[in-house]
Design a protein around this ligand. Sequence first.
Ligand SMILES: [Zn+2]
Ligand SMILES: [Zn+2]
Length: 396
Amino acid sequence: MQPLHKLLFAILAVSFVTFVALFGRLPALRKTPIGWLQRALCLHAPIRLRRIDSKITGGRVTLKSQRLGQYLFYESNPVVVILFLILVTGSAGLFLWNAYALLSTSLLLPLVLLLPAPYIFTYLCVTHTSHFLPLPAYPHQPEHYPYDHILFRPNTTCRTCDILKPARSKHCSLCHRCVDKCDHHCPWVNNCLGRGNYRWFLALLLSLPILEFYGAYLAWTIIRPYISVLPENPFFSWAHFTDLGDAFVRAINVGGLSIAGVGLLAITTAPLPLALLAYHCYLIWAGMTTNESQKWADWRDDMADGLVFVGSKAVLRQHFAKRGGQRELAQMLGLDGETGSIDWPIESDMVCVRTNDGQPPRGQEGMWRRVWRLEEVENLYDLGGWGNLVEVMMGR
Ligand SMILES: [Zn+2]
Ligand SMILES: [Zn+2]
């Protein structure tokens, strides 16, 4: 088998196993060969291996692999960052080593800017720490956002950090800290993305595919003279695809794995960061973080079940002031006192509550209105698409 065939076979095999492991548990596939393979792979094989291991080594390999799994998936670790840097550096190094002499200076010049960019943005994402909220030893928590009384309410304590959680923050169990404007914990950069470094993550998602497309273009300029597809065959014909395959093999023979292979790797992996970037552009447009989008999804489901009611903060505050007996509910809603004023362009008088029985809070029936759809509720953090983008770009 040629090296390229081996590589393609390995990629196909890994993709197939990943597909089986991920989708074999879906109810629709459970009684199909995919489902049987998934159970054989993820259920029966590990049991057999554990039995063999306990006989041979007394279970030491099982214990070590469990510890490795715990480390890789449930603890903060730099494995993915290191693999990513090795892959980029290895591919770029291999490509430039072989292609340098074949490319003109004008074609190589953009690489002076394009090549360092993903490294710089990875560094900025990885080393950022100012998004971690100060621990109780520090008297003042930074308060950059108002509480919306839907996703975030005042007086919520993080039991791990022992601090009052500011609006838009979230505790990360991998970083063991509360994170300001938390988006998500990203294994790629082994850090939480939040206030300050989210913009560098977006820059990484943009700079990486640009580098990849440019690298693929450079590979193409080298191998293009050797590729010709016969135009007389119709596009959707077996002959046309055979021609393409032949041209592809010729390209590999000409460029080798270091030029054609790296170019192919670049063009096939570029859509992944681009798709992630598109998703984050949607989140910015909608005025929410990844964390908030999950919270909104929960509210949307509860609204569809008729369990969510909205009220007016001003009316409810008046009500609670008159009837002191409902302190618990007032506290739960975050309406038992002022929370300080934050300079924020939008104000909202809305407060949301979800109830278990689908009835408005007892004794306040007239003050709550049932909502069925997310569109009926204000998102205090949505400053409009452009406004949200400016906030993100400014690291806010
Ligand atoms: Zn915390
Ligand atoms: Zn984290």
